[in-house]
Design a binder for this molecule. Structure first.
Ligand code: CA
Ligand code: CA
Ligand code: CA
Length: 362
């Protein structure tokens, strides 16, 4: 019996001990520890640079000034593309078309254009594109005759890759390149920077820009009232408000020639008398006239205007010119002094004709 009591006593102790441990046994079946890790900043990569025509139907490597083109920049960032703070696209001319060159010192509409896209990282929102000066100062959405006209942005900012696109109008004076005469090319460099200041870049070269030219000339002029049988009658007045010469403005992205010609006949307003325009230095006969041109006020060295087709007047003028609009008096300014030689037998009347100017690729 003493043995039974002893077991009973042990059982009671064990029972009370296990009852006392019930709440404690529940707490120890689970435990937790505060964890932590950091994602390191990973630099963005510029994975592609692609140029498209305006309707995105094809990729292009040749630009025609004043046409619109899309520039697509492919970006990847392992932190997500929402980490991207800015993207800079450098477009610039170099004289060597068979190698990648270096960035020019300063922007200019003819040789170096900077497009920059700026956004707030981790905003889930797109940024905006603008032209910038080399020193980082913002210019706006036009630079000379270059323009930013559209943009397209990623829609999933949580993704690790995305395409950032900007549509531009190429400026009138974007340096002619790779025409077989001028050896240069256009190059592109793209630099992407993320929220941590890490960056990635990419580049390409060998792009072509076609020749561009536009010309404007004083719209009206008169030799005044002149006598038959006289030579070297200068311009008496013009719609540009001065005598002597016509203003000729050219905007071009490369070297150019200016060609000239006039009508084969100039016609009287009342008599309808037709005067034959002579394209030589021969002595003028009945109802004949001759018109001469020079870039300086020197009639004896002047060139006789052609009547059949355009002929070179100014050859291999150096471009690119100043950017702008020829009709606004921007670009290169040339002076067209004109003189009228008159034969005999010319009825009294007011005679009119046209002098034509043409700018062509040189
Ligand atoms: Ca990053
Ligand atoms: Ca080059
Ligand atoms: Ca050329």
């Amino acid at each position: 019996m003493a043995g039974a009591r002893k077991w009973m006593g042990l059982l009671m102790v064990a029972l009370s001990f296990s009852l006392a441990l019930v709440p404690l046994a529940s707490a120890s079946s689970e435990a937790s520890s505060g964890g932590q890790f950091s994602i390191g900043a990973v630099a963005p990569e510029v994975t592609s640079i692609t140029f498209y025509n305006a309707n995105r139907s094809s990729t292009v490597t040749v630009a025609i000034p004043q046409n619109e083109y899309w520039i697509d920049v492919g970006i990847s960032d392992a932190n997500s593309i929402d980490d991207i703070s800015n993207i800079t696209v450098y477009l610039y001319y170099t004289t060597n078309s068979s190698s990648q060159g270096t960035l020019p010192a300063n922007v200019s509409p003819s040789d170096f254009v900077i497009l920059k896209y700026v956004r707030t990282a981790y905003s889930g929102q797109p940024g905006t594109w603008a032209f910038y000066y080399s020193n980082g100062t913002k210019i706006g959405t036009s630079f000379g005759t270059w323009e930013i006209v559209n943009q397209s942005d990623p829609t999933d900012w949580g993704a690790t890759t995305g395409t950032f696109s900007v549509e531009i109008v190429v400026g009138k004076t974007a340096h002619e390149a790779n025409d077989g005469i001028v050896a240069g090319d256009w190059e592109v460099q793209v630099n992407a920077v993320d929220n941590e200041g890490l960056s990635g870049s990419n580049s390409a070269y060998g792009y072509t820009v076609d020749w561009y030219g536009e010309i404007w000339v004083t719209t009206d002029f008169t030799f005044g009232t002149v006598k038959p049988g006289t030579l070297n009658n200068p311009i008496n007045s013009t719609s540009s408000g001065h005598a002597g010469y016509l203003d000729v403005y050219v905007v071009s992205n490369g070297n150019y020639d200016i060609n000239v010609k006039t009508n084969a006949t100039w016609v009287g307003a009342d008599t309808k008398a037709s005067l034959t325009v002579v394209n030589s230095t021969t002595t003028l006969g009945l109802k004949q006239i001759r018109i001469k041109i020079n870039s300086t006020d020197n009639a004896t060295a002047a060139m006789v205007l052609s009547t059949s087709s355009y002929e070179n007047w100014l050859v291999d003028q150096t471009g690119p010119t100043e950017d702008g609009s020829a009709s606004s008096g921007q670009g290169a300014h040339h002076y067209a002094y004109l003189w009228l030689d008159v034969g005999t037998g010319v009825p009294v009347d007011s005679y009119t004709g046209e002098v034509y100017f043409q700018v062509i690729n040189a």
